[in-house]
Write a protein that binds this ligand. Structure first.
Ligand code: GAL
Length: 390
């Protein structure tokens, strides 16, 4: 016979292992930063069944799935209404058969995401999940949804800011209760230091800032502003500086390359936000650069940080799982600038081998320092390892 103490201990152990299993499952949902495509940056609310199918098809045909882009996220614009029984219906004109669409995307070997809000209305004034959280979570699970972006939007009309954590946890718990593994992406623009509590309520990623724009200055402001948040990211839980604008047309190629370099060095979720059915070869090359993606998706899951700065130039480093380091340099000046890399100052080995991850070229061995020329509004992305370690 077990003593009372033994019984209590074994109950505790069982409970702890359940909690441990749940948290391991949550980590598995996003062991590396999630990758996919999201409708918002290009299409805004002008989406329908045909648009989403075409993007999913293009994602496969243009080789993006193969490069690692996995989720097709239907952002704001799909919503219809809640009926008298509280069932959420998609917009009957634009999305007549949500389940059919989701099955279609799954059939392509992709996963599906959807957007909703704890508020009564989405940011675009459409139906939200307020008062229907549990039922909506169950519906999403029945539909086969794999990813929910839960966006604060109008929730401020019905909740106080200090209720935000509880509001997000309520939905995370409702998703968990469905039994379907569904990735939870928080979107509340970085309020309440979300990076400090996002993981603990069960989310895999959380937006840290206001919306990105297809504009070099806004993109760099958001991306560089991530410095200091690195300790909150890691396997299973990621800071999200918002979706990519690469290919949306208002930045130059070098600026888009800097965007991809910065998001990769940050271990940021990579959600393409352009029209995949109408994408130039350069856009595709930037979005699918396997060496930049490998930096982003590195198994160690460390978010890079700024290690050097002088005027408009700066250097960031991200330690990689194989003991090497990714080094990114940025130049916010419009003309090319030389960026000195002093190895001692950057805590790099005295003798290193360097590889250029945009040119896909080994640059050779360098002692003590090297200088790289970074194009105006551009970036450099290198992988460096100790020349001693062969
Ligand atoms: C914003 C969000 C955008 C997009 C939009 C949809 O709050 O930051 O990424 O989801 O809502 O209305």
């Amino acid at each position: 016979m077990k003593t009372r103490l033994q019984a209590v201990v074994s109950l505790l152990v069982a409970a702890l292992s359940l909690v441990g299993a749940a948290s391991a499952q949550r980590t598995e949902l996003a062991r590396t930063p999630p990758m996919g495509w999201n409708s918002w940056n290009h299409f805004r609310i002008n989406i329908d069944d045909a648009t989403i199918r075409a993007q999913a098809d293009a994602l496969v045909k243009r080789g993006m799935r193969k490069a690692g882009y996995q989720y097709v996220v239907i952002d704001g614009g799909w919503e219809g209404f809640h009926d008298e029984q509280g069932n959420f219906h998609s917009d009957p004109q634009k999305f007549p058969d949500m389940k059919g669409l989701i099955d279609y995307i799954h059939g392509l070997g992709l996963k599906v995401g959807i957007h909703t809000t704890p508020g009564p209305k989405t940011c675009a004034g459409r139906e939200g999940s307020y008062g229907h959280e549990k039922q909506d979570a169950e519906l999403f699970a029945q539909w086969g949804i794999d990813f929910v972006k839960y966006d604060w939007c109008t929730a401020g009309q019905v909740y106080q800011l200090d209720q935000m954590q509880a509001v997000y946890k309520k939905f995370a718990d409702a998703l968990a209760a469905t039994g379907r593994p569904i990735l939870l992406s928080l979107c509340q623009y970085g309020m309440q230091d979300v990076w400090k509590w996002g993981a603990s309520i069960g989310a895999q990623m959380w937006r840290t800032t206001n919306d990105i724009e297809d504009n070099y200055y806004q993109m760099m402001f958001i991306g560089l502003g991530q410095n200091g948040l690195e300790k909150y990211a890691g396997p299973g839980h990621w800071n999200d500086p918002d979706m990519l604008e690469v290919g949306n047309g208002k930045m130059k190629d070098e600026e888009y390359r800097a965007h991809m370099t910065l998001w990769s060095i940050l271990a940021a979720p990579l959600f393409a936000g352009n029209d995949l059915t109408n994408m130039s070869a350069v856009t595709l090359e930037i979005l699918t650069n396997p060496e930049a993606i490998a930096v982003d998706q590195d198994s160690a899951g460390v978010q890079g940080r700024r290690v050097w700065q002088e005027g408009p130039t700066e250097v960031w480093i991200k330690p990689l799982g194989d003991g090497s380091k990714a080094v990114a340099a940025f130049n916010r000046e419009t003309r090319p600038m030389e960026v000195p890399l002093n190895f001692a100052e950057l805590s790099l080995p005295a003798s290193i081998q360097a590889r250029d991850l945009w040119a896909h070229k080994d640059l050779g061995t360098f002692q003590q320092s090297m200088t790289i020329t970074v194009p105006g509004h551009g970036s450099a992305l290198l992988k460096v390892k100790s020349a001693a370690a062969r």
